[in-house]
Design a protein around this ligand. Structure first.
Ligand code: CO
Length: 466
């Protein structure tokens, strides 16, 4: 009996985010979109993650306009996006009215499937986004932020999937943003999830450690339905395994992929040209194609390794790299083992750098870490010790300031206030939402668009990893 495998093509989002810091402009995608629509993909991942931020800040491109244009050219294949639950596409929690409006508009502008995750796997942070997606007629996929730690066992994840089923998720994703899921564990995890639900199960990993193809094979053999791959031009290294290679191998093993190999070849030819151009321009650093098994040894995402190194290089303290690398798992343990995904990866990394640079642990503490310990990002996977709570928050405030409710319950509606603030430049509710998510960047983008004398130039974009 042939079994179906579905492929999600990531080159327009995660593939280019992982290898060229999300700097592919829409015009580079346009000529190939119709051909991509004919390839037989289950979905194209095109939006979310850092694409929104990068469009406003660096490309001077309206992310909503990008989505509508892609939708116009991709008439049949589903369009997919990545959403950080209550954080939407930003780095903090937004009130429910902003989450509801954003999700509704994303579906209205062309998104079919929304992959929703929370950095802490606190499912309370998924509730509003899942409900809003379904209400808008979209497919709500709930994603596990996969990581390893003493608390993150297979049983822990199976329990998490139970909670996602209870929230009425339409499908489940194992999202291994760091590329630390190994074939052996993938087999066990997929089998156990499949034992408790018939919902479609998708596996998302990165090639960083060199294990990704084996992990996909083990996952598919254990019953997974969908895998995420990137067309070869932007595959491997920090990105996903190559679409064409896996399509050919799985076909030979008797699986039905639905993919048209001639079509994939045309798509690869288009993106090969772009890859070569970006490489010549220095936008694609050849290092992103390297294999980095250290990610398995330290359990630190590849993108975070390179970010830490460049942070230390900038301050001329490269020799501290190994010390910082050893400090990251300690900070993570102190904080109750948060998965290292945006925004927690940046927060834990910064704290580790500060601990090493000052020569005294927690001498300097960023305000985001204090908020995290207060519970403002959600429940930490493991309880944080009283000692760390006191170190971070001080003795007096530790008891009173910590919260246990769903963080967004503390946030008042904000959309009408945002609409008033950005009224001089906003032409649509989409503009208001851009402003609600990224006030400074959206004001500058909309200002440049509406006012010929607006003179704030386009900024650099920060690389994020998910
Ligand atoms: Co990813």
């Amino acid at each position: 009996m042939t079994k179906d495998i579905k492929f999600v093509e990531t080159v327009l989002r995660d593939g280019q985010q992982s290898q060229i810091a999300t700097r592919m402009p829409l015009e580079d995608m346009l000529p190939i979109l119709e051909r991509m629509d004919q390839a037989g993909y289950h979905a194209l991942e095109v939006w979310g993650g850092a694409t929104f931020d990068s469009g406003l800040r660096f490309l001077n491109e309206d992310p909503w306009e990008r989505l509508r244009t892609i939708r116009k050219h991709v008439k049949n294949t589903k369009l997919q996006m990545l959403l950080r639950g209550q954080n939407l596409l930003g780095y903090r929690n937004y009130p429910d009215d902003v989450v509801e409006a954003f999700v509704t508009k994303a579906v209205e502008n062309g998104i079919d499937i929304i992959r929703i995750f929370d950095a802490l796997n606190d499912t309370r942070n998924l509730e509003t986004a899942i409900r809003a997606t379904k209400l808008a007629g979209g497919h709500a996929q709930a994603a596990i932020s996969y990581t390893t730690s003493p608390v993150h066992t297979v049983d822990y994840y199976v329990q998490l999937v139970q909670e996602m089923i209870a929230l009425d998720a339409d499908s489940i994703c194992i999202k291994d943003m760091a590329g630390v899921l190994t074939p052996h564990t993938a087999k066990e995890l997929v089998s156990k999830i499949k034992q408790i639900t018939d919902l479609p199960l998708e596996v998302h990993t990165h090639s960083t450690s060199g294990n990704a193809e084996m992990t996909y094979l083990a996952s598919i053999q254990a019953g997974a339905d969908i895998i995420d791959t990137s067309i070869s031009s932007f595959s491997g290294g920090t990105s996903q395994p190559a679409t064409e290679s896996l399509a050919l191998s799985f076909k030979e093993m008797g699986y039905h992929t639905g993919l048209d190999i001639d079509c994939l070849t045309d798509i690869a030819n288009h993106f090969n040209g772009l890859r070569n151009k970006y490489r010549d321009e220095g936008l694609l650093n050849p290092k992103v194609k390297d294999t980095e098994p250290k990610t398995l040894i330290y359990q630190v995402p590849g993108g975070m390794l390179s970010n830490l190194l460049s942070q230390l290089k900038e301050s001329g303290q490269e020799e501290l790299y190994d010390d910082v690398l050893a400090e990251v798992p300690k900070v993570r343990a102190d904080l109750g083992y948060p998965p290292l995904v945006t925004p927690l990866s940046q927060m834990v990394g910064t704290q580790a750098v500060m601990n090493v640079m000052t020569g005294e642990r927690y001498k300097l503490i960023p305000s985001e870490i204090k908020d995290y310990v207060k519970g403002l990002y959600g429940q930490s996977p493991m309880e944080i010790s009283d000692e760390i709570v006191e170190t971070v928050l001080g003795q007096d405030v530790s008891a009173t300031e910590r919260i246990t409710v769903r963080p967004a319950d503390l946030l008042a509606p904000k959309l009408s206030e945002c609409a008033e603030e950005i009224a001089p430049y906003a032409q649509s509710e989409e503009d208001v939402l851009s402003y609600a998510l990224f006030p400074e960047q959206a004001r500058d983008f909309l200002g440049r668009r509406e006012d010929p004398f607006y003179d704030v130039p386009v900024q650099e974009v920060k690389v994020t990893f998910e």
